[in-house]
Write a new protein. Structure first.
Length: 276
């Protein structure tokens, strides 16, 4: 089982582990089809799903966000029961996670499925999780905010864990709350968070100027102001942690290329902040 502290740069993301995680993603979307309106795919797969074939590294796990305020407990087909019936088991260390093994070419890959929820409503403020559908979902900054936006609906055709091809209709988190959630995650020791933000800004169709228009109806909200403050701190210059994390994750050797990537990451974020 891969630990978070083992994921330092792109070289730590093996092709087998990524393929296993992608198959779990396909399976989960179909398992939870009845709940799809109250679920968003978040985390490291989002840039790859939004901008396929653009070279994003992908992910080695799957993160799902649930709308705990709308999902009510149900006795027979709770989300937890669906997972357990489908071969998932509760993570031994992370209370908000389930795991499942995927065998590819005689190699077993264990994939984590992290379940997240909004911070507000539901359980008491001091609690770190929301309890719904038999799951203890980790409270995440921006989780409530995400359901104020329509998801980006993406259809993919790909393999599920048993190797069979399947169709998955994926409700991907909208770009604005995704940036809010990813920015909140900056500083947790995973360089990939900065890389995911940079990749999204770099590949957004129409560029950062068009992306900034996504914020037109929410730019004055405290949630967006908090995001801007943290981004401005982490990407204050090309030598600040956000910019450095991008180049570190890409594991570049050429000094000139490193400086170029750091500069570009800084400038992309700076432009977004100026426009919103």
């Amino acid at each position: 089982m891969i630990q978070d502290n083992e994921l330092h740069n792109s070289l730590d993301y093996s092709e087998g582990q990524k393929e296993a995680a992608h198959r779990i993603l396909v399976e989960l979307v179909n398992l939870f089809d009845a709940y799809k309106d109250e679920i968003r795919i978040v985390g490291g797969w989002v840039p790859d799903l939004m901008f396929p074939n653009e070279g994003h590294i992908g992910s080695v796990d799957v993160d799902i966000l649930i709308n705990h305020l709308m999902l009510k407990d149900s006795g027979y087909q709770s989300m937890a029961k669906i997972l357990l019936k489908s071969g998932y088991v509760e993570h031994e260390e992370k209370y908000f996670s389930f795991v499942k093994d995927v065998i590819l070419e005689d190699i077993t890959y264990t994939v984590d499925v992290d379940v997240l929820a909004g911070m507000y409503g539901g359980s008491q403020k001091k609690k770190r999780s929301q309890h719904v559908q038999g799951i203890k979902a980790l409270k995440a900054t921006g989780g409530n905010f995400a359901f104020d936006f329509k998801p980006q609906e993406i259809l993919i055709e790909a393999k599920r864990p048993d190797g069979a091809m399947d169709i998955a209709h994926i409700n991907v988190i909208a770009v604005v709350p995704y940036l809010v959630m990813k920015t909140a995650a900056l500083g947790r020791g995973k360089a990939k968070d900065a890389y995911d933000i940079y990749f999204l800004l770099k590949h957004y169709v129409g560029g950062v100027k068009l992306l900034s228009k996504e914020f037109d109806d929410c730019r004055d909200l405290p949630t967006i102001k908090e995001m801007k403050q943290k981004l401005s701190e982490k990407f204050a210059t090309e030598n600040h942690t956000g910019s450095v994390d991008v180049s570190d994750f890409l594991n570049l050797d050429d000094k000139e290329e490193i400086e170029m990537i750091r500069r570009d990451a800084y400038e992309q974020v700076k432009l977004l902040l100026e426009l919103i």
